[in-house]
Design a protein. Structure first.
Length: 374
């Protein structure tokens, strides 16, 4: 679906003026071309500006896209001082900055095909990436001359996710942690194990940062260097796809120096059978999945470098193969293969991710896995 009418699918939107519209989550949203109306689950709603096309792209008002995906009125904003637009949506913080092709979703960079632009006092951004991050498929509907955002209804096996916050602030360390707490998973033993592991990892991480902050503060008193307050932030993202739940935990810290560090944990849960899924288990027993994934990653790296969107290490540090424990997650119609910062690219390239269509992988995939996601 990614290649289908590519210039039309790369939809964009602008920040509009608030008019008291309420938020409503939807399974189906349509934005017709040259219209100030849109529909949510078949109900027609009004906008204060019209959609339009330019250079083969369809532009949709930013604020109303946020509303249609479930954001509240106060959760969509624009900061004119730094030319940045924000959406708070389903536990995600989405940030887009004028002139940058990187959309930030919970501090993870997602590469867009165009940079946000400003026109007539409004910000225009690619819509597809935000919609897809929320689990929506984005298509061009020729029958209605509209952009269509659609999402399958969640499986009844999907568990509920609550948020546990751990917050503190001292003169040496700022801590702001949000952790997922899983309930309603069929396998209660796995549920308890995951909740305990996530909490244990977070508290250990906090203790490590507290110790380091104290040591750095003490060392700075010798006068060799000034002490800068350390910080630790943790957020999470959930991506449900039928009977699979991807759970991603992102931590960012600052302990001095030019910039902080970012690192992630991935859990891919078969919610129907109550177990974790490894990358190897996605494929049939006789399939060498590395020989399928490696060429696709290499091809996307080459395309990204040729376009100038992102740069990767060369020579001995260049990408050669995925690992036996390669991080990944399922997002709708795609397998997303993930790498850490500095693993195959410099810091400025963020977390490299490579989306591979499941339709391309289906002949090699385990039938039980296919039934979980389709």
């Amino acid at each position: 679906m990614r290649k289908l009418t590519a210039t039309l699918i790369a939809c964009c939107f602008t920040l509009g003026i608030s008019t008291g519209v309420w938020a409503e989550a939807a399974n189906k949203v349509t934005f017709p071309i040259n219209s100030n109306k849109y529909t949510v689950n078949g109900r027609e709603k009004n906008m204060d500006s019209k959609t339009f096309t330019e250079a083969g792209r369809i532009y949709v008002p930013f604020r109303y896209l946020g509303y249609s995906l479930g954001a509240g009125e106060k959760e969509v904003s624009y900061d004119i001082s730094n030319n940045t637009a924000y959406i708070q949506l389903n536990g995600q913080t989405i940030v887009a900055t004028l002139g940058s092709k990187f959309l930030q979703i919970n501090n993870t960079d997602v590469t867009m095909d165009v940079a946000p632009l400003l026109r007539n006092g409004r910000v225009y951004l690619p819509a597809r990436y935000i919609a897809e991050a929320q689990g929506y498929a984005v298509q061009w509907d020729a029958s209605t001359n509209s952009v269509l955002l659609s999402k399958e209804e969640l499986s009844p096996n999907q568990p509920k996710i609550a948020t546990k916050k751990i917050q503190s602030e001292t003169d040496i360390l700022i801590v702001d942690i949000e952790l997922p707490v899983i309930s309603g998973l069929r396998n209660t033993e796995l549920q308890e194990s995951l909740n305990k592991q996530i909490m244990f990892d977070a508290t250990q991480n906090q203790a490590t940062h507290e110790k380091q902050a104290q040591e750095d503060k003490l060392a700075s008193q010798s006068g060799e260097y000034p002490f800068r307050t350390h910080s630790l932030y943790t957020k999470y993202q959930t991506i449900p796809t039928k009977d699979v739940l991807a759970l991603i935990i992102l931590s960012s810290d600052y302990t001095g120096g030019a910039h902080g560090s970012n690192y992630r944990q991935f859990f891919n849960i078969d919610v129907k059978n109550g177990k974790l899924i490894t990358l190897k288990e996605l494929f049939k027993d006789n399939v060498d999945y590395k020989q399928i994934i490696n060429p696709e990653v290499a091809k996307q790296i080459k395309a990204s470098e040729e376009s100038g969107e992102r740069f990767f290490f060369q020579g001995d540090l260049a990408f050669k193969t995925i690992s036996d424990t390669q991080p990944f997650y399922i997002k709708g119609d795609y397998l997303v293969v993930c790498f850490d910062q500095y693993e195959i690219a410099p810091y400025a390239s963020g977390f490299p991710e490579f989306e591979i269509p499941l339709s391309q992988l289906k002949p090699y995939m385990d039938d039980n896995i296919v039934s979980l996601i389709k």
